[in-house]
Design a protein around this ligand. Sequence first.
Ligand SMILES: Nc1ncnc2c1ncn2[C@@H]1O[C@H](COP(=O)(O)OP(=O)(O)O)[C@@H](O)[C@H]1O
Ligand SMILES: [Mg+2]
Length: 243
Amino acid sequence: MMHNIDINKMNQLMEENEDARQIISQLLENHQITVSTIAHEIRNPLTLISSALQIIQVQHPEVTEFSHWKQTMEDIDFMRQLLEELSTFNNGNTLNYSVFSIEHLLKNIAISFAISLDEADSDIEFSSSIPDNLGKFTGDKIKLEEVFLNLLKNAREAIPGHGTILLAAGRKKDILTIKIKDSGCGIPTENIESIFEPFKTYKQGGTGLGLSLSQRIVEAHGGSISVASTEGKGTLFTVKLPI
Ligand SMILES: Nc1ncnc2c1ncn2[C@@H]1O[C@H](COP(=O)(O)OP(=O)(O)O)[C@@H](O)[C@H]1O
Ligand SMILES: [Mg+2]
């Protein structure tokens, strides 16, 4: 895994030497293609296995009583999710730009998140504060949506029973600030440094890709993502995006 110091060295090399810039860019591109190809090649047979198992379950409902059936279905679903996140992570810094209203995007996310809580009969109170004057934004709409959904998903997973989640947005001059605050379990101080690292998870069934992917996407937009958390009290993620 490359650390910030290696990335800084690599960027410096690329700035100083045109040949190095070309070779490193080519290597990075090859690396991305390799990861995409592997993810794609595994995803195809996995989809076939998953469909076959679903057909078996429909035709022979008694299989659900087999001791490992439920676990197998969950493992397959986890692999599917992992491959999906891996492929989004891999393409995280390639943006498809369009001009769109960020307040519409956030309002839609708030509505679908509220509906998903409702459907799950959750004991979480969700509120949002999204003003009307955020203006037009140029960026990758689908990837940004992924960022906010990831942060909301983490907030939800941090609250085992009753709790609150707030999604708030604001704009000061040319900086857009989006905050996602939860009253969940919080993050222990010793973990806070590592939560943005790929594959770092402290959850059962976690992939550890959500935050690293979100950070990649936000930084590709020239923005930043930061966290403040108190164990046992809750967590606040702040995304800043230049508009
Ligand atoms: N809102 C939050 N409250 C508490 N812990 C969090 C929160 N968001 C992220 N974390 C911690 O950061 C880790 C990494 O998050 P993420 O990259 O989304 O991966 P995953 O959710 O798959 O574990 C989580 O396992 C969790 O320990
Ligand atoms: Mg997550």
